[in-house]
Design a protein around this ligand. Structure first.
Ligand code: AMP
Length: 209
């Protein structure tokens, strides 16, 4: 299975991706995680991306496209992959299409997780990531156990200001890629409002269609 997970910031892509890749035995590729790792390591790409990310802006297409196309060409993607956070613009979607066509493979599904904007700022501001297990908590909706709290990380771009900016970018640049996949008949949309388990049940049903 080769698939893409799309949705606004805070829709639950990371949470659902972690559950799905375990079940489907495919490689999870999160462009945001890869960029955060590059920033942490201080690579040239990380240094170029850091300012955009902190401000909640999109990292330039050429940087992200190169990073992802190189990644999906690795052997662990031969049996399938789940792209999470990429593509986020029409040029990214076109570059992915061209690379897959060149490799003689096709995308099976694009799964869109839909959540109204009004809920997303609260979801983002309360989000905390566990760097040890990769688990994503929410201070109110999915409170972390006391023993993990000291090591939790609050992403720099999970402030109200940056989330609002990321939402604007989502609507302006990312939502327009959806009709491309609708036209191919591979787009499935699920309601992302509810508990993670409720959303997983909807995701599973949508992928089977
Ligand atoms: P995410 O973890 O998917 O929310 O991504 C965090 C940040 O990384 C975004 O706000 C962007 O600054 C950057 N980023 C991640 N993926 C992309 C992408 N496909 N295109 C441009 N910027 C990206």
């Amino acid at each position: 299975m080769r698939m893409i997970l799309v949705g606004p910031p805070g829709a639950g892509k990371g949470t659902q991706a972690a559950r799905l890749v375990e079940r489907l035995h495919i490689t999870h590729i999160s462009s945001g995680d890869m960029l955060r790792a590059a920033v942490k390591e201080g690579t040239a790409m990380g240094q170029a991306a850091d300012g955009y990310m902190k401000a909640g802006q999109l990292v330039p297409d050429d940087v992200v496209i190169g990073m992802i196309l190189e990644r999906i060409a690795k052997p662990d993607c031969a049996n399938g992959f789940m792209l999470d956070g990429f593509p986020r613009t029409i040029p990214q979607a076109e570059a992915l299409d061209a690379a897959l066509a060149k490799a003689g493979v096709t995308l099976d599904r694009v799964l869109m997780i839909e959540v109204p904007d009004a809920l997303l700022v609260e979801r983002g501001v309360g989000r905390r990531n566990d760097p040890e297990t990769g688990k994503i908590y929410h201070l109110k909706f999915d409170p972390p156990p006391a023993e993990v709290v000291p090591r939790l990380v609050h992403r720099k771009d999970d402030t109200e200001e940056a989330i609002t900016k990321r939402l604007t970018y989502y609507h302006e640049w990312t939502a327009p890629i959806l009709p491309l996949y609708q036209a191919k008949g591979i787009l499935r949309t699920v309601d992302g409002v509810g508990t993670p388990d409720e959303v997983t049940a909807r995701v599973t049903a949508a992928l089977a269609q």
